[in-house]
Design a protein around this ligand. Structure first.
Ligand SMILES: N[C@@H](CC=O)C(=O)O
Length: 321
């Protein structure tokens, strides 16, 4: 039975955070400023696909590379457009500095997001006691606005399922996590906490995650094409074996056309997210990253698009020659 996530922007509980959430990506001008006009168009374009929600300021949203004025302008726009469309949205208040993150949170809750996303403090690796102190203060400020903890593989501290459980017990406002997923043992341990914790895994691993109990993805596949990600998520709920087969194809595409940019050429992950969107051709198609990070040259788009068409039949239907 397909899971219907809520419509509207009311506060999200764990059970509400499901499905395919798309990220906001920043259009960057040649002088490194943010193109807010284009951003507004991009937001409306993503909303038009009918994704389950829109979130901002994860890695793909370049949260670590914005002034506070820009942060506010981006999120006034996001909140306004999502509220008008009745689409759930989450604001990333993440920052390497816990104080900046706290101040972003204080401002962000006034935009009434469904939830906020945050990372752990990130210069000295925090101890569990420090993580608790951080989350408790953030939760005291966010009050009714729930919290999603973003704990990617490159975080200074990678939390275990047992630790997620302890954090959830200590901080009830924590309703979700955004993680890399893991092996069968990881999922077995994580399932102990999945009743009241939404667990989102990377887009290109979602069918496996779904089989193991994960609830959705803040999705890089939605960067490639929001419709592809939505159709695939629907397939997971109606024909999981077929969805697992799609996963192999999507992963092959990532291995052949995206991973070399990361492993061999050392591009940052968000450069790949923007590149994926250019390959999908559904957005303005601009791969530009903000100083000092390098952008993947648009000259690589055609080959990757041909590869995606060859490997992922559903993509070739959505993006015909
Ligand atoms: N990890 C990304 C998800 C998309 O690729 C993010 O945090 O935005």
């Amino acid at each position: 039975m397909p899971v219907e996530p809520p419509s509207g922007t009311r506060p999200l509980e764990a059970a509400d955070i499901r499905g395919t959430w798309a990220t906001l990506m920043l259009p960057i001008n040649a002088d490194d400023s943010i193109d807010f006009k284009r951003l507004e168009k991009e937001i409306d374009r993503v909303i038009g696909f009918g994704v389950n929600g829109l979130y901002s300021n994860g890695t793909a949203g370049e949260f670590y590379n914005q002034t506070e004025n820009e942060f506010r302008r981006i999120h006034r726009l996001l909140a306004h457009r999502c509220r008008e469309a009745g689409l759930p949205f989450q604001i990333g208040v993440s920052h390497m500095s816990p104080w900046i993150s706290l101040n972003r949170l204080k401002w962000a809750i006034r935009q009434e997001p469904g939830a906020v996303q945050l990372i752990l403090p990130d210069w000295f690796p925090p101890t569990e006691a420090e993580i608790m102190a951080f989350l408790k203060k953030m939760a005291a400020v966010s009050t009714d606005v729930r919290i999603v903890l973003y704990n990617p593989p490159h975080a200074k501290v990678r939390l275990t399922p047992v630790q997620f459980g302890r954090l959830k017990d200590a901080v009830p406002q924590l309703v979700g996590v955004k993680v890399a997923g893991g092996d069968a043992v990881w999922y077995e341990q994580m399932r102990e906490h999945m009743n009241n914790l939404s667990v989102f895994v990377p887009g290109h691993r979602l069918a496996t995650g779904f089989r193991e109990g994960a609830h959705g993805s803040y999705s890089n596949v939605a960067c490639l094409h929001p419709q592809l990600a939505l159709d695939w998520y629907h397939l997971m709920q109606t024909d999981l074996p077929q969805a697992l087969e799609w996963e192999q194809r999507i992963q092959q595409f990532m291995t052949d056309y995206i991973v070399p940019y990361i492993l061999d050429q050392k591009y940052a992950d968000p450069a790949c997210d923007k590149f994926l969107a250019a390959v999908g051709g559904w957005s303005s198609g601009d791969c530009r990253m903000r100083w000092p990070y390098r952008s993947i040259p648009a000259s690589g788009v055609a080959a990757a698009r041909t590869g995606a068409r060859r490997l992922i039949p559903a993509f070739s239907t959505l993006v015909p020659e």
